[in-house]
Design a protein around this ligand. Structure first.
Ligand code: GAR
Length: 192
């Protein structure tokens, strides 16, 4: 079964996913999509020889180009890994319960439009919360509001900076997201 990763940034989650599925019997990362021509995720993809696509708003929201490519490459599942643009409705309709996202907080806390990366960790630090974590959820029309699949809670220590919190959460993301994707995709394969 072919999966695609959508990423906008550094691509460390994308790297963890690619490493996890390297040499896997029946699940293959076949495409990396980004909206950012400077995304580290593009370098990660090229290290693994994965096809890449850089999209602009016109392509994603007002043409069939991306959907056509996903179909042509027989993509059955999409994992967002730090992808910051909304997923268009026609893609959501074509991939029901087949598009997931990882968010670096315990949703519904610190989610929604504009809440990504350091904004989340700054807000956690400012709140004085003793815990943060990660949430893996299905993607829906609204930012960070789809059904939650997995949450992992980790501690926030009083001495932590926002950067410390980010680093801790990211470490757990790398350990959790690839396994979660494998579990979800294997379940889809059993149903087909
Ligand atoms: C990750 O922490 C991910 O949870 C977060 O962006 C980071 C991407 O890092 N996603 C969001 O904030 C989505 N709202 P990466 O590019 O190194 O994988």
């Amino acid at each position: 079964m072919n999966i695609a990763i959508f990423a906008s940034g550094g691509g460390s989650n994308a790297a963890a996913i690619l490493k996890h599925f390297e040499g896997h019997d029946c699940i293959r990362v076949a495409l990396m999509v980004t909206n950012n021509p400077n995304a580290g995720a593009l370098d990660v993809a090229s290290n693994y020889g994965i096809e890449t696509l850089v999209v602009n708003r016109e392509m994603l929201y007002r043409s069939q180009e991306v959907l056509d490519l996903l179909e042509d490459r027989q993509i059955a599942f999409i994992a967002l890994a730090g992808f910051l643009w909304r997923i268009p409705n026609d893609m959501l309709n074509k991939y029901p319960s087949r598009i997931v996202n990882i968010h670096p907080s315990l949703l519904p806390k610190y989610g929604g439009k504009g809440m990504y990366g350091h904004h989340v960790h700054n807000a956690v630090k400012a709140s004085g919360d003793r815990f943060s974590g990660l949430t893996i959820h299905y993607v829906s029309e609204e930012y960070d509001a789809g059904q939650i699949i997995i949450q992992l809670k980790c501690p926030v220590y009083p001495s932590d900076s926002a950067e410390d919190i980010a680093a801790r959460v990211l470490r757990f993301e790398h350990a959790t997201y690839p396994v979660a994707i494998q579990d979800l995709v294997e379940r889809l394969m059993l149903r087909e």
